[in-house]
Design a protein around this ligand. Structure first.
Ligand SMILES: Cc1cc2nc3c(=O)[nH]c(=O)nc-3n(C[C@H](O)[C@H](O)[C@H](O)COP(=O)(O)OP(=O)(O)OC[C@H]3O[C@@H](n4cnc5c(N)ncnc54)[C@H](O)[C@@H]3O)c2cc1C
Length: 416
């Protein structure tokens, strides 16, 4: 610890993985004394090396001892959570001191590599937007599940986005677009590469020009509906209650009440993977049920939406009607929307109900008793729980009814 301090960096962050319970039990006090000298301590799960759990020799006990000695300590339940904590506690100028034995050595190499990517995206952003590393995806998904994104980038302009997109393509670094995360299941190990989100004002503005709505991809459907109502633009009411942003709604061709997003799209501003932007007319898109193939590759950065003239009171009545219908049939608990696409012969929710699978659970994930096609997070659910539940449903649908259920929810990231 003294050697680390001698490097003269702003702070020392000690990341420690105890190796074997017997060693942790024997030296708990000494470990606590040494570690508490760091400015911040992050404790990782014990690497058991075949040993059984030993009473009193736990990371929680070590954390308590460090706390008693005045140390600032965070405890990670998994290596992925450890990375999320590092992203949260990191400050410019920190020295990360990774100690212990077990899988912590791999983590040290990974952290060093990942920090390099974070620095690169910050450099490309040139101050235009927010860049974070190890951003926990559970904060950005409506089902509240997901390990950390290696790098999280909210560009403030198309130019900043373009620089990152072009560089990622050239360097073969994965780049994933994340909207409001309302149809997304992120695996517990998080998402490698760069996650782009359009939450910044420069990418989510909404304006009305000559009776048409021009909006950035990050504009929330809820806000688009409200602007449409205020300006007497009718036909977008079905978007009420779909908790996504415009980019995600276009990629998914989200729909409700027998209408869908692309019915309202006049043109889309699209960025290709070289960072080049063009305006593409609706007619040039192939549009499928919950899938617009071109937007799987290309990135939607904005769109012009059209409706027909209507009066705000009439629109308000329709919105109320739709809202009531939705909340009568949809769970309020955290979810990722519909898990499966409807089968040709039967809606997925009805099928799941007929199979008697409503209310089935795995870990913290449960098939909603309100709607069979929603899996809800009852608290502490992991992506593996949701995936196991999905497999159960698919297996039963195939075995009992000969139906192959295709996921609607987009699954991204890596297992832990
Ligand atoms: C309670 C609840 C109710 C829902 N009700 C409905 C409903 O009635 N009808 C319906 O269709 N859906 C519904 N959904 C699902 C979801 O809200 C929609 O699919 C929504 O359009 C997804 O938008 P998002 O911004 O959250 O996208 P995300 O979930 O963040 O992303 C979905 C996909 O779109 C991609 N993507 C996101 N932004 C862009 C972009 N700018 N360019 C290219 N690709 C992009 C992502 O990479 C991902 O593959 C519901 C979800 C919940 C939780």
């Amino acid at each position: 610890m003294a050697a680390a301090r001698a490097r003269g960096r702003a702070r020392v962050v000690a990341i420690f993985q105890p190796h074997r319970y017997t060693r942790l039990g024997t030296f708990l006090k000494e470990f606590a004394e040494a570690l508490s000298k760091a400015d911040q301590i992050v404790l990782l799960p014990v690497y058991a090396a075949g040993e059984k759990v030993m009473e009193g020799a736990s990371v929680a006990a070590l954390a308590t001892k460090i706390g008693e000695l005045g140390g600032k300590v965070e405890v990670a339940g998994s290596m992925a959570e450890g990375r999320s904590i590092l992203g949260k506690v990191w400050q410019e100028g920190d020295l990360f001191l990774v100690m212990g034995a077990g899988d912590v050595t791999q983590m040290a190499r990974k952290v060093a590599r990942d920090f390099g990517l974070f620095q690169k995206i910050r450099e490309l952003a040139k101050g235009e937007g927010v860049v974070k590393w190890y951003e926990p995806m559970q904060k950005h998904t409506t089902i509240r599940i997901g390990g950390p994104a290696q790098v999280w980038f909210e560009p403030a302009s198309e130019a900043a986005l373009g620089r990152a997109v072009e560089w990622c393509e050239k360097e073969k670094v994965a780049l994933t677009v994340v909207g409001r995360g309302s149809n997304l299941l992120v695996r517990d190990g998080g998402i490698g590469g760069v996650c782009v989100n359009f939450g910044q004002p420069g990418m989510s503005q909404i304006e009305v020009v000559e009776g048409k709505i021009r909006a950035g991809a990050g504009a929330r459907l809820k806000q688009i509906v409200s602007v449409a109502k205020a300006n007497g633009i009718m036909g977008l009411e079905f978007m009420e209650g779909i908790p996504g942003a415009l980019g995600g709604a276009m990629r998914m061709n989200a729909g409700a009440m027998e209408s869908w997003t692309f019915e309202t799209v006049e043109s889309v501003r699209v960025m290709d993977r070289k960072g080049k932007v063009s305006e593409v007319a609706r007619g040039d898109f192939e549009v499928k049920y919950r899938r617009v193939p071109r937007l799987v590759e290309d990135i939607a950065v904005g769109a012009t939406l059209v409706g027909k003239p209507g009066n705000p009171e009439e629109i308000a009545v329709k919105l109320k009607q739709y809202s009531r219908k939705r909340w009568d049939s949809q769970p309020a608990a955290p979810s990722a929307g519909c898990i499966f696409k409807n089968a040709e012969k039967i809606p997925a929710g009805k099928l799941i109900e007929e199979l008697g699978l409503k209310d089935t659970s795995v870990g913290g994930a449960r098939i909603s008793p309100v709607h069979g096609n929603f899996i809800v997070n009852q608290g502490g659910a992991k992506a593996v729980d949701v995936l196991a539940l999905m497999e159960q449903v698919q297996a039963r649908a195939r075995k009992d009814r000969g139906i192959d259920l295709e996921p609607e929810v987009i699954v991204v990231g890596e297992d832990e």
